[in-house]
Design a protein around this ligand. Structure first.
Ligand code: ADP
Length: 484
């Protein structure tokens, strides 16, 4: 397999709307998770490249981009969205090869990227300041202004969606961006930069420096000229990013994953819930921040739900991304080893079902067999540690209080869902769940770009998506004029 659909040089950095070789001429290899082969080389950018990118961004901020109206920024974002839609198939194929995600899921990511650009592009000229009644002789108003240079450090699991929700919002509000994609998957970030250039985004407004986290990532996070940081990734690296933000006293948005539960009550429509219960755990091979890795079920319907979920598990098809089955490979050999070690921690648990992995699969692909563990107690490591692989645990509860105690009993708080027909219970428990998003009789609500998203606790802080993202990527200035 090859990335013949690339129309740019993947071994370069993107700075000032130009493709430039990394200053120190160091490169990394990018792997195809479906067969373990080398896809292509990418730049191993470092602090020298980050410096150049930040300088370019600074010129754009103090130059043409700083004078571009909200209306015109919105139009450029719309054009970017249109080009993304035109290139949906190409982008999806690139993402499938790079991330290992089934083609249908990669296609959905490209469409979501376009949708973010449409939404933010259409919203940005509707963001208004306020006038504030004050003392006689004063007129007071507020202005929403960009932070300045936004640094984005993103992971490999949903590059297109995360670029859309974070870079899209930053640019809409008039910031300039330096993006450090993940070393495991960065091709659509580079493709997106070229699309932005084609759509008329001026030089320096978006720069992309691929490279290692400890090199390009750390350099961007600690750069003294960067005015805002947004990070999606692991808790451990999130702490480092927050420490860098503290050093430079800049605002930071952290989205760090979760252990998101679905609560199934005795009166739930179980057949309606079933596809969501399983898909939310195995989508993108479970490598999803908002994956649902815990299923909590009222004891009276517990056996029924276990049996039905197990039946779906045994019919799951696992295979190469371009075969577009239910589950693709994991991103890397390293990730497979991590997920396998979690699966081994379940040796003392009951395996309700395990999907079969076809032994004809390409031998060096990073495949694991999705597994559902049942009768798991809330204090078992698999019930509270994030795994980032296709592993779900299912456990019974006896009443609402116990369900909420288990649901809220991890360090995370990103997403949760309630499956119940009882309206009072829906309202009561939606308030009691410690979670940035709560879904009632669904999971994920189709991922709507309009819906503010983010967590609490070790899931991070700050909100992306929706108007909240636009507020987050801007700062408020109060102007108080004294007059006669
Ligand atoms: P994962 O373990 O899922 O790969 P990480 O949190 O390690 O997630 O990586 C998410 C992003 O953070 C990637 O772009 C990675 O290169 C970057 N990163 C990793 N370590 C650091 C670091 N020390 N400083 C800044 N960025 C980093």
């Amino acid at each position: 397999m090859s990335v013949e659909s690339l129309w740019f040089d993947s071994s370069r950095c993107f700075v000032d709307n130009e493709w430039i070789a990394p200053v120190n001429h160091q490169y990394l290899e990018l792997y195809n998770p479906s067969d373990g082969s080398v896809l292509c080389q990418i730049a191993r950018g470092d602090s020298d490249d980050v410096d150049i990118a930040v300088e370019s961004a600074s010129r754009a901020l103090n130059g043409i981009w700083g004078r571009t109206s909200a209306l015109e920024r919105g139009r450029i974002l719309h054009r970017m969205g249109e080009l993304v839609l035109e290139k949906t198939e190409q982008l999806a194929r690139i993402e499938s090869l790079d991330v290992g995600k089934p083609l249908t899921q990669a296609r959905a990511d490209a469409v979501a990227l376009a949708r973010y650009l449409e939404f933010y592009g259409g919203a940005v000229d509707k963001i208004h300041g306020q006038t504030i009644p004050y003392l006689d002789g004063y007129t007071v108003y507020t202005l929403r202004e960009p932070h300045g240079i936004a640094g984005h450090i993103i992971p490999w699991n949903y590059p297109m969606q995360i670029i859309g929700r974070s870079v899209g919002a930053a640019l809409a509000m008039g910031n300039v961006s330096v993006l450090k994609p993940a070393e495991e998957a960065c091709l659509t970030a580079l493709a997106f930069a070229d699309i932005a250039r084609q759509a008329g985004l001026p030089p320096g407004v978006l720069n992309v420096i691929p490279g290692l986290g400890a090199e390009a990532g750390a350099a961007l996070a600690s750069h003294p000229s960067v005015n805002h940081l947004s990070f999606t990734g692991s808790v451990g690296v999130g702490k480092l990013i927050q420490a860098s933000a503290a050093d430079n006293i800049v605002p930071v948005t952290l989205e760090l994953g979760g252990k998101s539960p679905q609560l199934v009550f005795a009166d739930a429509d179980i057949d309606a819930a079933l596809p969501f219960l399983v898909n939310a755990g195995i989508q993108n091979a479970g490598q999803t921040c908002s994956a649902s890795s815990r299923i909590l079920v009222h004891r009276s319907v517990y056996e029924q739900v276990v049996d039905k979920m197990a039946a779906r598990y045994t019919s799951l098809r696992v295979g190469p991304a371009l075969d577009d089955l239910d589950v693709g490979p994991l991103i890397s050999a390293r990730q497979r080893a991590i997920v396998q070690s979690f699966m081994d921690k379940g040796d003392d648990l009951t395996v309700a079902a395990r999907a079969q992995v076809n032994d004809q699969l390409p031998g060096n692909g990073f495949y694991v067999s999705p597994v559902l563990f049942s009768d798991v107690s809330a204090n078992h490591p698999l019930a509270h540690e994030e795994i980032f692989g296709p592993v779900q645990v299912i456990m019974p509860f006896d009443n609402d209080d116990e369900a909420i105690a288990i649901a809220n009993g991890t360090r995370y708080g990103l997403v949760a869902s309630l499956w119940t027909q009882n309206g009072a219970r829906q309202m009561r428990l939606a308030r009691r769940l410690r979670s940035g998003q709560v879904f009632i009789n669904n999971y994920g609500a189709g991922g709507g770009v309009e819906l503010p998203f983010g967590g609490s606790g070790h899931s991070g802080h700050g909100r992306e998506k929706g108007f909240e993202a636009l507020y987050g990527f801007s700062t408020l200035k109060t102007v108080a004029a004294k007059h006669d």
